[in-house]
Design a protein around this ligand. Structure first.
Ligand code: ADP
Length: 440
């Protein structure tokens, strides 16, 4: 036991004993002890009040000298205080360092709390997005950076994707936004200036769209003359083969040009409209009728397990289905099979095209949606493939909040599945369903 505590206890016991002795002299030892206890209590309360006052006035003079219990309390109190002050200084220094380093970052960094309110932001966030570190503290970030895509990203809670939004401080400027969750419900919003890369991407898109557009007219003329030449009875016989070859290649160029134009249009358009309700099951049946040639292609089965409609663009979903089904048909022998499925549950819907055809080696799967990628270039050229179909599928899915999953095994077949979120689905009215069930 420390000295001061022992002294305090010995003093207390002596005081009580003295009280008992004096009380005994007057034939009332209990009253004597009680009186001594009251004196001890009064003494301690006085010191306690003095101590409380000293913590307010910061004048601890009376507690500084001596070796009593209160001097000991003061010494451990001042030790703790000095320690707390030291920690505070260290934390301040650390905070200054962190602030200096985040201010040196070229990217904007905004710390958000669980309500997406700004806790802190660095200098780059001010320069890139006009955020004011002091004035905007406590404001919801989506009230300042008003963009539906950012609101949606913050609501998504998975924060998986980065988005691009127009810069709020610079005409023609673009910001890339990424949300990184950390700690308990806190998030870091990272802003990056992507104006230059967006400008280059737009230049590339415009160039491809303009070049494709310009190629269209001369190609139409060439195709027209070739068709006339092919139909001309007076054409020398040894020209027949080269003219047919030219016709095939001209048609292929026409297809490339149309698909490039389609890709450019999809790339520059925003998300697909949600007003239109697409009957995916109906489109799958139509694709079976259009692309299944009994005897020439593998048989196509359609399995529709859901009446849900897809909110989006019917013409784009039709193009997506045509691309997937024509691929399946081209890569599956006549004795194989192709199955088209539409199903949905509470989490969303799936449109899948499964074939029992040649399949694709795993090493090629990550590159399938790249433009002009073909597993077997020579063969693709022969069967009319240009390598743009799956790139178109990917873009259409992107515009419908969907994603493509490909499962395939060489020699066994492939399944291309398009996943759509529940937010893109709508149930048709009972009247519409009754109308569909009625025999034609
Ligand atoms: P293409 O116009 O050549 O079909 P796509 O972009 O549609 O271009 O497909 C890219 C490549 O992916 C094709 O060249 C083909 O090698 C491969 N592929 C696509 N679908 C299938 C399938 N169902 N089975 C096997 N290979 C496929």
């Amino acid at each position: 036991m420390p000295d001061a505590s022992r002294k305090f206890l010995v003093g207390l016991v002596c005081l009580l004993a003295a009280g008992a002795g004096i009380g005994w002299l007057y034939d009332a030892p209990a009253t004597g002890v009680l009186a001594a206890a009251l004196i001890a209590l009064f003494w301690q309360v006085r010191h306690l009040l003095a101590f409380v006052r000293a913590t307010r006035t910061r004048d601890f003079e009376v507690f500084r000298v001596g070796d009593g219990i209160w001097q000991q309390i003061f010494s451990s109190f001042s030790y703790q205080q000095a320690r707390a002050a030291r920690y505070k200084r260290q934390y301040r220094q650390l905070l200054r360092e962190i602030r200096k380093s985040t201010d040196a970052m070229p990217d904007g960094a905004v710390i958000l709390d669980e309500n997406h309110e700004i806790v802190m932001c660095n200098r780059a966030a001010k320069a890139l997005a006009g955020l004011k570190p002091k004035k905007d503290r406590g404001q919801r970030v989506d009230n300042i950076l008003r963009d539906p895509k950012l609101t949606k990203l913050l609501k998504s809670e998975t924060y998986a994707r980065a988005i691009e939004i127009p810069s709020p401080v610079r005409d023609d400027g673009w910001l890339n936004c990424r949300v990184v969750p950390y700690g308990a419900d806190q998030k870091l919003l990272v802003l990056r200036d992507v104006t230059e890369s967006m400008r280059l991407a737009r230049m590339r898109r415009d160039f491809v769209a303009n070049a494709s557009h310009e190629l269209r007219s001369p190609l139409t003329v060439v195709t027209g003359y070739l068709d006339t030449l092919a139909d001309d009875e007076a054409m020398p016989r040894d020209w027949a083969m080269p003219v047919t070859q030219m016709q095939i290649q001209a048609r292929r160029m026409n297809r490339i040009v149309s698909e490039l134009l389609e890709l450019s249009r999809l790339e520059s358009a925003g998300p697909a409209d949600v007003e239109e309700r697409v009957d995916v099951g109906g489109l799958l049946s139509a694709a079976r009728r259009a692309l299944g040639m009994p005897g020439d292609t593998a048989p196509i089965d359609v399995v529709v397990d859901s009446a849900a409609r897809l909110r989006g663009s019917a013409s784009e979903i039709e193009s997506l289905i045509t691309n997937l089904v024509s691929n399946a048909v081209r890569h599956t022998p006549v004795d194989g099979s192709v199955t088209l499925t539409w199903r949905s549950d509470a989490d969303g819907a799936e449109l899948s095209v499964t074939d029992t055809g040649e399949g694709i080696d795993a090493e090629h799967l990550p590159r399938l949606t790249e433009r002009f990628f073909r597993v077997d270039r020579g063969r693709a050229r022969e069967d009319g493939g240009v390598g743009l179909g799956l790139a178109i599928v990917k873009h259409i899915l992107g515009r419908h909040d969907g994603r493509l999953e490909v499962r395939s095994e060489r020699g066994k077949g492939s399944t291309f599945t398009c996943h759509f979120p529940a937010s893109r689905l709508a149930m048709p009215s009972p009247a519409t369903l009754r109308g569909e069930r009625r025999p034609a």
